[in-house]
Design a protein. Structure first.
Length: 527
């Protein structure tokens, strides 16, 4: 081989790019950090779920109340895993249960997910694929939204990316320890959302295939041992649930069985339409956001992802093998979600909708990266031009749809200000909270009140009554917030209470503060 030969020049170019990998990764992580940490205190929504999670964390770090169950599921009959709270507990402990500190931990997880997704795409399709996947995830409006408020599904993009990356590493390095890492990451995903169990076969099937492909009995035994260790560690994550079940007559198990026996969530569409809607939401959400916000863009994105999977599945291994694995994982997940999550056929404006299947986000970003890299490698000028144009278009589309600096409901600062006003009005009285509609929890306001030292409990003599009315559900209540809905819900039971203050905590939430008669106030102070 002579100096300056094409082969040598190619090797030298590869080495130069290899040295640039840390720079590229640093740039992507910096971009992801700036996108997620800007306006962190006010950007995320704040509602009952966020208040409930912070109340649990506050009780955990200040009173030692160990959580045995995770957040309630959207159908309300059983719960997600308690590990979610244990993951957030260090951030809560270090910041004195400050929600901004907890959100910062979640945002850091979103940044880390960008790095892991970059590595996976790069390992499969090369540096261009890694850069594209990392870039699109760093600027994705959906991924940023997932990283900027407190909610259990918002941790699963990272845990799922780690599960997929560790699976790919285990499959190719033939080192069993990576299978343990992959299964542990799947367990975290399952704990953070019950639908995370759909990810388990995407890791378990390659593990079984890898074991069967080994000619050495010792190597097969090593993979099997790693699998058993991983499963044991997943089981360990359910110890809090087991303790709860023993203490509460297996209430969670009975609730799950009752839910399954009832047929799950009711479906609003025919089976074919439901399957198409679920598939569209899974494939488009990471790239274009909520399907109802931009349906044309969502359809184009879904078609592009399917086309890339079909095209690159015929590529030479290892890329072809990886794409077939990821494509089969998406297909399996869409079918599983079609069966298990009938609620995905409907969109509720004003509420988080698509985070439940965030465990598939890394696959979509990696697929987009592989497609762009394959186009860029084409010899004709059209391929690179299409790749650059598509990446720029998707990035620009997302930049235009980034979450605003202040959440539509005002976020944490708005509810914190509302709590301050309530405490100023109620003084040192205990506070009873009531929610309109009645099926919605008032925890969104309960936490900031507790955080400011107020005593929140049942309504009694001398206590104040605070009614929180959500305008999103006015059609369900049948009366508008700001007076009529509150009075229609409370009825004559609390007629003796006098209205002391009424204000809007946000464009969605009306707060009414009722105080007892002065005689009741005086008697409550009598020794």
């Amino acid at each position: 081989m002579t100096d300056g030969s094409p082969v040598q020049r190619l090797v030298a170019t590869g080495r130069r790019w290899g040295r640039r990998d840390p720079v590229v990764l640093f740039g992507l992580l910096l971009l992801a950090t700036l996108a997620r940490f800007a306006f962190l205190a006010s950007r995320g929504t704040w509602d009952a779920d966020q208040g409930h999670d912070m109340l649990v964390l506050d009780a955990f770090i200040h009173r030692g109340a160990l959580p045995l169950l995770g957040p309630p599921t959207s159908i309300g009959t059983f719960h997600h895993g308690a590990l979610y709270y244990y993951l957030l507990a260090p951030a809560a402990a270090l910041t004195g249960a400050d929600p901004v500190g907890v959100v910062a931990f979640i945002a850091a997880g979103g940044v880390a997910a960008v790095g892991v997704t970059w590595w996976l795409a790069r390992a499969i399709g090369g540096r261009a694929a890694g850069f594209t996947a990392g870039l699109l995830m760093a600027v994705s409006a959906a991924a940023i939204d997932e990283s900027t408020f407190i909610w259990n599904p918002n941790l699963i993009a990272l845990s799922s990316a780690v599960a997929l990356a560790a699976t790919w590493r285990a499959w190719n390095s033939r080192r069993p320890a990576w299978w343990v890492a992959a299964l542990v990451a799947v367990g975290v995903t399952m704990q953070c959302h019950v639908l995370g169990i759909v990810l388990l076969p995407i890791v378990a099937v390659p593990l079984i295939m890898a074991a069967r492909q080994e000619a050495s009995r010792a190597r097969r035994a090593g993979i099997a041992r790693a699998g058993l260790i991983g499963v044991a560690l997943i089981a360990l994550m359910y110890v809090p649930l087991a303790i709860h079940e023993v203490q509460h007559d297996f209430s969670e198990t009975r609730a799950i069985l009752a839910y399954v026996a009832s047929g799950g969530e009711p479906a609003t569409l025919d089976p074919v339409s439901r399957l198409l809607v679920v598939g569209l939401r899974v494939l488009a959400w990471p790239l274009t956001g909520l399907v109802t916000d931009a349906p044309e863009a969502a359809i184009l994105a879904a078609i592009a992802v399917i086309a890339i999977l079909a095209w690159r599945s015929r590529a030479a291994d290892p890329e072809g093998r990886a794409v077939r694995w990821l494509g089969a994982g998406i297909a399996w997940s869409v079918v599983a979600l079609f069966v298990a999550a009938g609620g995905l056929t409907s969109v509720v404006p004003g509420l988080p909708n698509d985070h439940y299947h965030a465990f598939l986000d890394p696959i979509v970003f990696v697929t987009a990266g592989l497609g762009a890299a394959a186009l860029a490698r084409r010899r004709d000028p059209l391929g690179p031009a299409l790749a650059i144009g598509a990446v720029v278009a998707v990035a620009a589309f997302n930049l235009a749809r980034w979450p605003p600096p202040i959440a539509p409901d005002g976020g944490w600062p708005a509810v914190e200000a509302a709590a301050t006003r309530i405490v100023r009005t109620t003084g040192d009285r205990s506070i009873a909270l009531f929610s309109v509609p009645t099926f919605k929890s008032a925890d969104g306001l309960a936490f900031p009140l507790v955080h400011q030292g107020a005593v929140v409990g049942p309504l009694g003599s001398g206590s104040a009554l605070v009614v929180v009315c959500d305008r999103l559900f006015e059609s369900v209540v049948g009366a508008p917030c700001g007076g009529a809905a509150e009075e229609a819900t409370l009825g004559p039971t609390d007629a003796t209470l006098r209205l002391a203050d009424r204000f809007d905590a946000s464009s969605r939430t009306s707060v009414s503060v009722y105080l007892p008669p002065l005689s009741a106030r005086s008697s409550s102070r009598t020794p």
